[in-house]
Design a protein around this ligand. Sequence first.
Ligand code: 3PG
Length: 385
Amino acid sequence: MKSLKDANVKGKKVLVRCDFNVPISDGQIDDSYRIDQAVPTIQYLRKEGAKIILISHLGRPKGKDKSCSLKIIADYLDKKIGNVKFYKDCIGGGVEKEIEKMLTGDILLLENLRFYSEEEANDQKFSKSLASLADVFVQEGFSVCHREHASVVGVASLLPSYPGFLLENEIKVLTRGLAKPKRPLVSIVGGVKLETKVKLVRNLLEKSDYVLVGGKIANTILTIRGICVRDNWTKEEASLLDVAQSIDLTSPKLHLPVDGVMALKNLDQKYMRIGGVGTLRKEEDIFDIGPETIEKYKAIIKEAGTIIWNGPMGYSEVSVFEKGTNEIMDAVAKNKGFAIVGGGETVEAIFKAKMESKFEHISTAGGAMLDFISGDLLPGIKILG
Ligand code: 3PG
């Protein structure tokens, strides 16, 4: 793969696709990890004398929605690295005029790409308008590379294109974890939606020595296997029966929780108990993995040569159900092998526990990491050649 260091960017207008899609609440950035990770590429371009035009999406707005404006990101970056301006649109005459005024080393962040539906539609005219703003394109948003959008594939097909350092590193690390892993390779998969992780689990079962499953997806598999018995399946579980057939649920590599933290479905926390997964009652749900499962998983993690972890073990946003995720986090951090972690909720839990310095690689991606590990060639990477 090409490297940004091979590009001549001096005095050139460089369009950098970042993923500044970060959680924001009450006008505050809750987690700046993705933004911070893009800074080395931005600083490199500045040092090399480029005019840096940053583009990104934020959220899933339907049209122009002020609550999804990237102004807050420009302010954050300006405080962090200085001389970062914001412009209220991402295409058109106003943007072009603003870019004409730029000097080498200047940084301009444009408004949310998704204010135009043409972005997600990978509209050719929109791609051309974006491409016309610059001489060189840099893809720095690994976490958006699974999307076939104008700013991901459209622009890259129109300009000389390079991966940014964040993207290059993500590809290198994830490939290292998957291609020639130090054995045993232990994969840990959690989270909510089995349908988004079926391909992942299937691929990991092929490549790993152990696949440890937690979170709601474990509950769904336990129900499908008839271990958790329910009178009424949720519609979601019923529809997953077919989907789950493509996973070898009898694989000896597949490890499911043996016990869990049960609470009432409506989450009345006055009622909570720990029990074997087969004892689940119809008014209950499992909200975390139980102590026996934690010990079993920890023993496997301790011996791992490589670990891939995506997805929390329980409903970790609620403190009484975060023990499973935190214990697994601790075990992964203590392991001396090579660990890759990713996925929005997993990363959130790591930062919440202030454990980020204990991990060798925390991916910036959620869905893109899943697709990458599932064996897909992401369109945003493929187009870079
Ligand atoms: C992400 O957060 O995974 C990326 O920014 C992609 O966002 P999307 O799922 O809204 O396309």
